[in-house]
Ligand binder design. Structure first.
Ligand SMILES: Cc1cc2nc3c(=O)[nH]c(=O)nc-3n(C[C@H](O)[C@H](O)[C@H](O)COP(=O)(O)OP(=O)(O)OC[C@H]3O[C@@H](n4cnc5c(N)ncnc54)[C@H](O)[C@@H]3O)c2cc1C
Length: 508
């Protein structure tokens, strides 16, 4: 049994190598920035441009006129000031996994501010918090912390920007034991629309601190630093089980009645429906049990037995992992708990990224939030797989335990028990053609409308990072009062809506 290692992009790139004439020809408005900091401005004339400009989604085809890669906070300030002075649109990116490419919109006439070189990680002496650069990517964070014998929750994908993931919500395997990403943010340092920098936490600018945690992303300023909580590393029981479609009805019935209503806080696992072999849909259960310091992992094994007894469940792998020093040791078992191998993983992140990574590709995205994986929703999911040429991936992210603990100091609105169903689909042969796109749109709409029609959905409620505007009603999501409060904060800190390429669109 092998853990597949994720291939990671380096966060550092060579300095830009453009002349003043290049800048004058392509984006003269940036000459003042170039004159001060020539190394950080890349246009199409620079050999590095092609590697740093694309977004994760290949459907985001916008080519920014210039990519600026700040190496420190004053570079960010100078870029914001230069963009404003020249009237150039500015989009912000870190991990680049934004589903709709909204941060690239208009940058073909302006700037993409790429924060990936702001990737620093400083842990406090008492090892309870860390201050990280605003462009830090999840896997770099996990590796760095694990080397220091500590841990913080991150999301599913190794290339997610921590800020982009956490500031809008931040779901993942560790949300129920440790809270969402927003719950782990202790402070932030945004560069505001006038180029000034502020320290934001529960005492300083608490209104902005509240808004920065959970509204969405990229609409308040450029966050150059976040201070986050870190913890002693947990022990983990992690694995995957697969159930083929012939057993779904029975398995989902059991799940909906006996598992879904009583998910323990320690269980952060997920259910994922997909058809990687197009005519063979499968339900994958990512099993993740998290035993915090002093907790017994045996409880996880007992729970694993329960999940394993679902009709048709086939164990793909199960591993018990613990930290010793800076390494993670995994004991990998077969389905009857017979030890197969003892593996020493160099670092925690290697384990976290052991699931095959999604490849950059163009998906259509729809989404809905519902009470849970109920019997009604299970029967809609069961009916979904009618066109074997369309790939659908339907993660069912669950929010329970500490993920739904109310926190009035953060605006994140979805503090009630729910599951997210962000559906991504593509046609295997006709991707990018009108016919293919409309077939995919039709099948996606059928699923979303089907879930909405069950009466188990919170129609209009949205997680801004994963559910697109077409399925979002901001008033339903935030409630009228919170939405008004968010607009007040926006008017105060960014009255001209300079940061307009983020979400949600607050229309102030
Ligand atoms: C394959 C895949 C897996 C995913 N898995 C999960 C998951 O497990 N859990 C989950 O909750 N979500 C998940 N998401 C959604 C993800 O959280 C969002 O797409 C998130 O916005 C990605 O952040 P990013 O920094 O990688 O993206 P980017 O495209 O770089 O940025 C996203 C947004 O954040 C803003 N932004 C980024 N950094 C900063 C900053 N420092 N200051 C100000 N604004 C900033 C940008 O302007 C943009 O609006 C996933 C998405 C994909 C495509």
């Amino acid at each position: 049994m092998q853990f597949q290692k994720a291939v990671l992009q380096s966060t550092q790139v060579p300095p830009a190598s453009l002349t003043r004439n290049d800048i004058a020809a392509e984006i003269p408005g940036l000459l003042p920035l170039y004159d001060e900091f020539p190394d950080i401005v890349y246009t199409k004339a620079d050999p590095v441009y092609e590697t740093i400009s694309p977004a994760f989604k290949t459907s985001t085809t916008t080519k920014p006129l210039a990519v600026v890669r700040p190496l420190n906070e004053s570079h960010v300030q100078a870029t914001v000031k230069a963009a404003r002075a020249a009237g150039l649109p500015l989009g912000i990116r870190s991990g680049g996994l934004e589903m709709a490419g909204r941060n690239y919109k208009g940058t073909d006439k302006g700037i993409l501010l790429d924060l990936r070189s702001l990737c620093s990680i400083n842990v406090s002496d008492d090892k309870t918090s860390a201050t990280i650069g605003g462009g830090t990517i999840a896997v770099d964070l996990a590796v760095s912390l694990s080397k220091q014998g500590i841990f913080t929750p991150i999301g599913w994908h190794p290339r997610l920007g921590y800020a982009g993931w956490a500031m809008a919500g931040g779901y993942g395997l560790y949300s129920s034991p440790y809270g969402l990403g927003v719950d782990n943010i202790l402070g932030a340092r945004p560069v505001l629309a006038d180029g000034s920098v502020v320290d934001v936490d529960d005492k300083n600018h608490p209104d902005l601190f509240w808004a920065l945690r959970g509204a969405g992303n990229g609409i308040w300023g450029v966050v150059t630093q976040l201070t986050i909580k870190v913890y002693p590393p947990p022990n983990l029981l992690i694995g995957t089980l697969k159930i083929l479609k012939k057993d779904w009805l029975a398995a989902l019935d059991e799940w909906a009645n006996n598992i879904e209503p009583n998910l323990p806080d320690e269980f952060g696992g997920e259910v994922y429906f997909r058809n990687p072999v197009l005519d063979s849909p499968e339900m994958i259960i990512f099993f993740a049990w998290c035993a915090k310091e002093g907790e017994d992992i045996q409880k996880g094994w007992d729970y694993f037995e329960k999940i394993k007894s679902l009709p048709g469940a086939e164990v793909q792998r199960i591993a018990e992992c613990e930290f010793r020093g800076i390494s993670l040791f995994c004991r990998i078992y077969d389905e009857r708990r017979r030890l197969l191998t003892n593996e020493r993983l160099a670092d925690f992140a290697t384990h976290l990224t052991s699931e095959p990574s999604a490849q950059p590709v163009s998906y259509q995205v729809r989404g809905v939030i519902a009470k849970g994986l109920t019997s009604n929703i299970a029967s809609v999911l069961n009916r979904q797989w009618t066109n074997p040429k369309i790939y659908s991936g339907i993660p069912c992210h669950c929010a329970h335990g500490n993920a739904i603990k109310p926190d009035p100091s953060a605006c994140f609105p979805l503090r009630y028990r729910h599951r997210l169903f962000p559906l991504n689909s593509r046609h295997s042969e006709l991707m990018g053609t009108e016919e293919g796109e409309s077939l995919v749109a039709e099948l996606s709409a059928r699923l979303i409308d089907g879930i909405k029609a069950t009466g188990d959905a919170y129609v209009g409620a949205s997680y801004q990072n994963l559910i697109p505007p077409v399925d979002t009603d901001l008033e339903v999501t935030f409630g009228k009062e919170t939405l008004e409060r968010l607009k007040t904060v926006k008017r105060k800190y960014d009255p001209d809506n300079f940061f307009s390429r983020g979400y949600p669109a607050l229309d102030v």
